[in-house]
Design a protein around this ligand. Structure first.
Ligand SMILES: Cc1cc2nc3c(=O)[nH]c(=O)nc-3n(C[C@H](O)[C@H](O)[C@H](O)COP(=O)(O)O)c2cc1C
Length: 170
């Protein structure tokens, strides 16, 4: 179809933030994956989306989860991003978190988080598209982690560091 290297390079011109989507599987295990595919969809009702590779180890657990949390990473959380992007390791060792409303882990020091209930799932080729309804959120000042051209970046502007715990709006 396309020259896949050129296609990926062109897609990489779209800068995104970096988030970790988390949930608790039905067997009680914590799940977390680094994503850049987060976006808002609807304000009323408040809906967000993200897409996950069908090949992801956690895909079945995510499909059956009671809810999700989207944790937006700050500029100093590259290691956390890498940790949640690695398959087949204990992603949760040393990760400070609390369990939220829908049993999804909220990561300490995220600059924002959104707690969501499942709304819809759609086929997206080699990915599944998850749409979820936001039940609660919190945010704080802080530099975001940015992903651009296959590499982590930070914004040039200086913003105040985040404070933990974040005040949650339900
Ligand atoms: C910056 C960044 C963004 C990513 N975005 C996505 C994404 O949007 N969807 C996805 O399925 N995987 C994405 N990944 C890859 C997953 O984080 C990675 O495959 C993860 O290990 C899957 O976890 P699992 O196999 O344990 O379920 C991204 C990785 C990085 C580093």
């Amino acid at each position: 179809m396309f020259d896949s290297a050129a296609y990926r390079r062109a897609l990489g011109r779209f800068a995104t933030g970096v988030a970790v989507v988390t949930a608790t599987a039905q067997d009680g295990q914590a799940i977390g994956l680094t994503i850049s595919s987060f976006n808002s969809v609807s304000l009323d009702p408040p809906l967000i989306l993200f897409s996950l590779a069908k090949s992801a180890r956690s895909i079945t657990a995510m499909q059956g989860a009671e809810g999700f949390a989207i944790n937006i990473l700050g500029a100093d959380q590259r290691e956390l991003s890498d940790q949640f992007a690695r398959a087949l390791c204990d992603k949760w060792a040393t990760v400070e978190h609390v369990i939220g409303l829908v049993r999804a882990p909220l990561l300490a020091a995220a600059i924002a988080h959104f707690e969501c209930a499942p709304w819809a799932q759609y086929d997206g080729g080699d990915h599944l598209i998850f749409v979820a309804r936001v039940l609660g959120f919190a945010d704080a000042n802080g530099q975001p982690l940015v992903f651009f051209q296959g590499a982590y970046r930070t914004l040039a502007e200086d913003v105040r560091p985040p404070q933990w715990p974040l005040p949650i709006h339900y």
